[in-house]
Design a protein around this ligand. Structure first.
Ligand code: G3H
Ligand code: ZN
Length: 283
């Protein structure tokens, strides 16, 4: 069934586990992720960025996810990832997305709070939950590019103020995490995470989680991360599977035969992450 993002994340916050939010942009990725969640008996969040929406269409993505979620035996939420454009956010609300992120991390605190509140005012009566971000996550995620020298960690005082003044549903933080492929080993500031969680006491979101070790993920979950965003690991699984198909069977030209191994590869990654995040058996 299709549920609101908050339905899934409130349970995770109370139960002390995290749920994967997997970036999707086509039919096959949605199929792979939902079928992984069903096999693991896990709730799942499917999310798409503004550029994925430009690629596939907000309505089409929503209809595909809604239909497959209705047929699924586990709860599925559909989330707008890194919404920066007011019109896209409003369109997602109209098209039936069940949570939206407003990424106001490039704005000063006051402006970020102000716009987040405007979105919450519209989204909440529609039953749509809202994610906000404070601090600047480094790296590249579709249309968001932050040089490492411009990345800034989330300040716990500001985090507390932000959450008090917005009452936002879930909260994305920057603690040394970065989008895309990490250069070297990621170094997460767990003390900062612990302090922020204690002070805001709502579901925390970890972006840029591809490439973070299992040990660090476990620590982050133990300290209060409840939504973990995965994009790059899925893209790489897709690329490797597709590369192998083309290399091993150069005469195959049926898209279904070419894409089936990519579905399997993505599904395996999603299953592994679900177990790592501790949401298996929670549906
Ligand atoms: O918003 C999406 C993510 O934060 C994904 O990051 O590509 O590093 O997994 P990633
Ligand atoms: Zn992100």
């Amino acid at each position: 069934m299709l549920v609101s993002g908050m339905d899934i994340l409130l349970k995770a916050h109370e139960g002390g586990y995290a749920v994967g939010a997997f970036n999707v942009s086509n039919l096959e990725m949605i199929q792979a992720a939902i079928s992984a969640a069903e096999e693991e008996r896990s709730p799942i969040i499917l999310q798409a960025s503004q550029s994925a929406i430009a690629y596939a269409g907000s309505e089409v993505l929503a209809l595909m996810v809604r239909k497959m979620a209705e047929q699924a035996s586990v709860p599925v939420a559909l989330h707008l990832d890194h919404g920066t454009d007011w019109d896209v956010i409003m369109k997602c609300l109209r098209d039936g997305w069940t949570s939206v992120m407003f990424d106001g991390s490039k704005y000063p605190l006051e402006q970020n709070i102000e716009i987040t509140n405007k979105i919450i005012e519209i989204a909440r009566p529609m039953g749509v939950s809202v994610e906000a971000e404070l601090g600047k996550i480094g790296g590249v995620e579709d249309h968001i590019k932050v040089e490492s020298r411009d990345a800034t960690m989330t300040d716990p005082d500001e985090a507390e103020e932000f959450v008090k003044r917005t009452n936002v549903d879930f909260f994305a933080i920057a603690i040394g995490n970065a989008h895309g492929v990490y250069k070297g080993d990621p170094e997460l500031d767990f003390d900062r995470l612990k302090e922020i969680k204690q002070r805001v006491n709502i579901p925390i979101v970890l972006h840029g989680a591809s490439g973070i070790s299992e040990a660090d993920i476990s620590t982050a979950v133990a300290l209060g991360v409840n939504k973990i965003n995965i994009d790059t690991d899925l893209r790489q699984a897709f690329q490797q599977a597709m590369h192998k198909v083309v290399q091993d069977t150069p005469n195959v030209y049926d898209p279904r035969k070419m894409l089936t191994p990519t579905i399997k590869a993505i599904k395996e990654v999603v299953k592994t992450k679900i177990r790592m995040f501790g949401s298996n058996g929670r549906a």
